[in-house]
Design a protein around this ligand. Structure first.
Ligand code: NDP
Ligand code: 8X3
Length: 256
């Protein structure tokens, strides 16, 4: 049984920005559908949030790259769970930071399959639920890498430029059905993002956040919540959010 009228579906809630979003939506009385590949983390988060808030958390354990898994998990939900008010397309990653000529094909395919195709698989299904419900709000996690390009960012930047383009396209296609679409584009946020980018090299990952104060996942979650809590007639289309020390994707004011 659901506890509330409002449901938020958050992809990639096992870590970082997705986990922080789950927390803030739970604090605001949303029932949650949280997804990710790491089942143990999903269950831990469910137990934690249900023990603190009068909400119901449903966990879906799938890989967004696998269209059959996406479809089976989402379409098998009971009808009342398909009344999703907010979809946060957050699952995503960067792998490697190499020049194009030295790039790793497997890393490229994983980024393209996760950041673009995964987002599309989830969005197609959930936007049809929202069309039936005549309302809904989709938030896509873009990046400053979707607005600018930096050295060795090539394929990751391309996937986030695609998210930027898809967000604009979704706004056109879904606006007629009273569905809002917001793209949120953060600069550097200290999460597991750089551990993943550098294939588990924690020393290298830590260096990315040295000499300045990066954003934290909660900064992004609060911003996302703000975008989805505006009056019905207001849509925040596009939002870039950066640490104060980061003037662009490649210009920093770091301490010496
Ligand atoms: P984290 O690595 O901390 O979290 C990434 C989340 O995505 C995890 O929950 C992970 O879950 C999930 N995920 C990754 N691949 C898959 C997959 N194939 N199937 C299902 N879930 C998957 O990183 P962030 O929180 O920082 O990143 C969240 C989003 O924000 C990403 O889209 C990222 O590109 C974007 N972003 C991040 C920035 C940053 O500086 N951190 C800046 C700008 C944008 P699991 O491994 O359990 O499947
Ligand atoms: C994550 C931020 O600058 O590493 O999207 O691409 S950046």
């Amino acid at each position: 049984m659901l506890s509330n009228q409002k449901i938020a579906l958050i992809t990639g809630a096992t870590s970082g920005i997705g986990k922080a979003c789950a927390t803030i939506y739970a604090q605001n009385g949303f029932d949650l559908i949280i997804t990710g590949r790491r089942l143990e983390r999903l269950n831990e988060l469910k137990n934690d949030l249900e023990s603190k808030h009068a909400i119901k958390v449903t966990t879906l354990n799938f890989d967004v790259r696998n269209k059959e898994e996406v479809s089976n998990n989402l379409e098998n939900l009971a009808p009342e769970y398909k009344n999703v008010a907010v979809l946060i397309n957050n699952a995503g990653l960067s792998l490697g930071l190499d020049s194009l000529q030295n790039g790793n094909l497997n890393d490229w395919e994983t980024m393209i399959d996760t950041n673009i195709k995964g987002l599309l698989y989830v969005s197609k299904i959930v936007s049809n639920w929202m069309i039936k419900n005549k309302k809904g709000h989709i938030v896509n996690l873009g990046s400053i890498a979707g607005k600018e390009v930096y050295a060795n960012g090539n394929v990751y930047c391309a996937t986030k430029h695609a998210v930027d383009a898809l967000s604009k396209a979704m706004r056109i296609d879904l606006g007629a059905h009273h569905i809002k679409v917001t793209a949120v584009h953060p600069g550097a946020v200290e999460t597991e993002f750089s551990d993943i980018r550098f294939h588990g090299d924690k020393e290298k990952a830590k260096k990315i956040y040295e000499g300045y104060e990066p954003l934290v996942a909660q900064d992004i979650a609060e911003t996302i919540y703000f975008t989805t809590s505006r009056p019905v007639h207001v849509n925040i289309n596009d939002l870039v959010i950066m640490p104060i020390a980061q003037a662009s994707a490649f210009y920093w004011n770091k301490d010496n």
